[in-house]
Ligand binder design. Structure first.
Ligand SMILES: NC(=O)c1ccc[n+]([C@@H]2O[C@H](COP(=O)([O-])OP(=O)(O)OC[C@H]3O[C@@H](n4cnc5c(N)ncnc54)[C@H](OP(=O)(O)O)[C@@H]3O)[C@@H](O)[C@H]2O)c1
Length: 325
C-alpha cells in the first residue's frame, strides 16, 4: 500500500519509514529538509504546518495515500493542515503523547477515558497542543484515526540522550550515583512502536481507532532493572561498567539535583509511584509489542558508539563522593 509519513528522517519517523519500506510498502516520506532515507522511499519536502505547502506536496503525488503515519505533530496548525488536506485517507495514525492527559504527571493514568486537556488550555504548551490536535483530527477523520498516546520512546536513533546518558555514565565512571529507591518504570521501543503503527494502518482502522496509551506495560522493568541493562550494555560492547552507588532521594534533592532534568527517569518516590502507573490494557489488546529492555538499551548504546553521539561530562553534583559528603 501507499504510505505517507509526516516526518521521515528523525527518530520515530525514521523507524516508521524503514519498517514500512522493509514491509514492501510504497513509501513517501515528508520532511522540511532532505535527510537519509532508505532506497526506494520517495522524499517529499514541505512544512506540514503550512496548509498550502502540504496541499501542494500531497497533490503533486498524483494518487492519494492509503495510509498516513503522522509523527511530527508539534502544533495545532499542523493538525489543522492535515485535517484539511488528508481527511479522506482510509487510515491515519497520529502520534500523540501521554502528556495529553490533563492530570499526568503526576498521574496515574487509569484508561484512555481519563480527561485530556480541554480546548481552553494553552495550546502553546505541549500537552494541550496534543489534546487539541487529537480533537482536530478526530473531527476530520472520525473512526479512521488512531491517536497513539506514546509514552517514553527509547532505542537506536534517540538523540535526546535520556537513556544513553545513563549508559554513558556506567561506561565512563568507576562509581555511578543512582537513586536508591527502586520503582516500576515503562518505555516503548521505537521499533516496536513504529511496527505497531504500521500494523494499525495496514488493516481497516475503524473499531480499533481512537485513543490508545502506547507504551510498555507498567512494571515491564524497574528503574534498577533499567540500570542493570545499562551496565550489561557496557559489558556487551567491551567496556567495564562502573559500580552503582545508591543515593537517597533526600541527598539528591539537597545537592540541587533536579529530578528528570539532571537524572533522566528519576522522579522523587512519591511522584514516581503514580507517574509510572499508566494503564496500557488497550495497547496490549491491540497488539503493541514490548521487547526486553536489555535489547532496547544495548541497541541504543550500539547506535551511540556507531554514530559517535557525544554526551556531556559528569555534572559535579552527581559525583558519588560529593553526594556522600
Ligand atoms: N521521544 C519521546 O519519548 C516521545 C514521547 C511521547 C510522544 N512523542 C511524540 O512522538 C513523535 C515522534 O517524536 P520524534 O522525536 O521521534 O520525532 P520524529 O518522528 O523524528 O520527527 C522529526 C521528523 O519530522 C520532520 N518534521 C518536523 N517538523 C516538521 C514539519 N513542520 N513539517 C514537515 N516535517 C517536519 C523532521 O524533518 P525536518 O526537521 O527536516 O522537517 C524529521 O524528519 C512526536 O509527535 C512526539 O511528540 C515522543
Amino acid at each position: 500500500m501507499r504510505v505517507l509519513t509526516l516526518g521521515a528522517t528523525g527518530f520515530l519517523s525514521g523507524a516508521v519509514v524503514r519498517e514500512a519500506a522493509a514491509r514492501g510498502h510504497e513509501v513517501v516520506g515528508l520532511s522540511r529538509t532532505p535527510g537519509d532515507l532508505p532506497p526506494g522511499v520517495t522524499p517529499l519536502h514541505a512544512d506540514r504546518d503550512d496548509v498550502d505547502a502540504l496541499r501542494a506536496a500531497v497533490t503533486g503525488l498524483g494518487a492519494p495515500p492509503d495510509a498516513v503515519v503522522d509523527t511530527c505533530g508539534y502544533t495545532v496548525a499542523g493538525a489543522r493542515a492535515a485535517a484539511a488536506v488528508l481527511a479522506d485517507v482510509p487510515a491515519y495514525a497520529y502520534v500523540s503523547s501521554v502528556s495529553a492527559y490533563r492530570d499526568w504527571p503526576p498521574g496515574p493514568v487509569r484508561s484512555e477515558a481519563d480527561p485530556t486537556f480541554g480546548p481552553d488550555a494553552d495550546v502553546q504548551e505541549y500537552g494541550p497542543m496534543k489534546a487539541e490536535s487529537e480533537r482536530v483530527l478526530t473531527a476530520a477523520l472520525g473512526d479512521r484515526v488512531l491517536l497513539a498516546r506514546a509514552g517514553l520512546i527509547v532505542g537506536p536513533g534517540d538523540r535526546t540522550r535520556r537513556l544513553t546518558s545513563w549508559v554513558h555514565r556506567f561506561a565512563t565512571q568507576a562509581r555511578v550515583a543512582v537513586p536508591a529507591v527502586d520503582v516500576p518504570v515503562a518505555f516503548v521501543d521505537v521499533r516496536d512502536l513504529a511496527g505497531w503503527l504500521l500494523d494499525m494502518v495496514e488493516r481497516p482502522i475503524a473499531g480499533a481507532g481512537g485513543a490508545v496509551t502506547a507504551t510498555g506495560p507498567a512494571g515491564m522493568t524497574t528503574f534498577h532493572g533499567m540500570l542493570d541493562a545499562c551496565r550489561a550494555a557496557v559489558e556487551a560492547t567491551g567496556g567495564r561498567p562502573g559500580e552503582t552507588v545508591p543515593v537517597p532521594d533526600a541527598a539528591l534533592l539537597a545537592a540541587g539535583v533536579e529530578p528528570w532534568r539532571d537524572l533522566p527517569f528519576w522522579l522523587p518516590e512519591e511522584t514516581a509511584r503514580t507517574a509510572w502507573d499508566v494503564a496500557t490494557d488497550r495497547a496490549r489488546e491491540l497488539g503493541l509489542p514490548t521487547r526486553p529492555v536489555e535489547e532496547s538499551v544495548l541497541d541504543a548504546w550500539r547506535w551511540v558508539l556507531a554514530t559517535g553521539l557525544e554526551h556531556p561530562d559528569l555534572d559535579p553534583r552527581l559525583d558519588p563522593a560529593a553526594l556522600a559528603g
